[in-house]
Design a protein around this ligand. Structure first.
Ligand code: AMP
Length: 251
């Protein structure tokens, strides 16, 4: 894992230690999108292209889940319980966690936040952290996909029990039914990829996170990208939309 992501996850106050040249134009961006909209894949592609630090709050919670539970604060233990139940962690805990890492959010390489903010209160807290350092968000990329397409995408997903590679019954089927092409492991459907839990996750997204699109639209920061098609097509669409707004992107 790269240093900057390690620094973010561990939350130490040191500078991330990046020594590569600064991007010619550092971007400070937020990614929004329902589960299954392919945000994670676009985050990887955008990080390669624009080189901001990629910061995911979900990564911090997942790392804490693996830590010795005696070492966790009460707030973090409550956060783990919420995550386990598929609920959102409280705004207070998430905001404290991001504040502790404000050195990452204000870094001169720029950032790409994935999974934060998820509520309007979190978005307001982010604005405050940035304003304290005379910084502003550049853009909020909103990956938009019809609910039925999300359900089809996620409910067709099959994951290898051994190596975790993912397949899709329609769009990326394994050579042999139920068997991983890579390692021969058994393919299964994750509990949270069952159609019913997908609908529950989407409802939570609609209720808590979708209002954020309005919040950012009112500030003129929202850039909505149709998340239909192959990852490379969606990425090309993203770059075109960014160029329309910001002019040619640095090579
Ligand atoms: P993710 O990988 O972004 O889907 O996050 C995994 C889980 O971590 C979520 O289901 C929440 O329980 C928790 N989580 C991550 N980021 C946030 C956030 N910004 N606000 C509340 N809960 C969060």
């Amino acid at each position: 894992m790269s240093n900057e992501r390690q620094g973010w996850i561990e939350g130490n106050a040191d500078h991330c230690g990046r020594t590569d040249p600064h991007p010619a134009r550092p971007f400070r961006m937020v990614l929004l999108g329902a589960p299954g909209a392919g945000k994670g894949t676009q985050a990887e592609l955008l990080t390669d292209r624009l080189r901001p630090c990629q910061l995911s709050t979900g990564d911090v919670f997942r790392a804490a889940k693996c830590a010795n539970s005696d070492a966790l604060s009460t707030a973090m233990k409550d956060a783990m319980a919420a995550m386990q139940a598929g609920r959102l962690v409280s705004d207070e805990t998430v905001i404290d966690m991001v504040r502790e890492r404000s050195h990452c959010v204000t870094c001169s390489y720029g950032f790409m936040l994935d999974g934060f903010p998820r509520t309007v209160s979190q978005a307001e807290a982010l604005d405050e952290i940035l304003a304290d350092h005379d910084l502003k968000l550049d853009v909020v990329l909103n990956y938009d996909l019809p609910v039925e397409t999300v359900v089809r995408r996620l409910s067709g997903r099959r994951t290898c029990r051994s190596c975790k590679t993912t397949f899709h019954v329609e769009t990326k089927p394994p050579k042999k039914d139920g068997v991983c092409d890579k390692c021969g492991g058994e393919l299964y459907q994750r509990d949270d990829d069952q159609a019913e839990s997908i609908r529950v996750r989407l409802k939570a997204y609609e209720e808590s996170t979708a209002p954020l699109a309005k919040y950012y639209d009112a500030k003129g920061l929202l850039l909505t990208i149709i998340a239909e098609g192959e990852p490379s097509e969606i990425f090309a669409r993203t770059l075109t939309a960014l160029e329309e707004r910001f002019g040619p992107l640095p090579a």
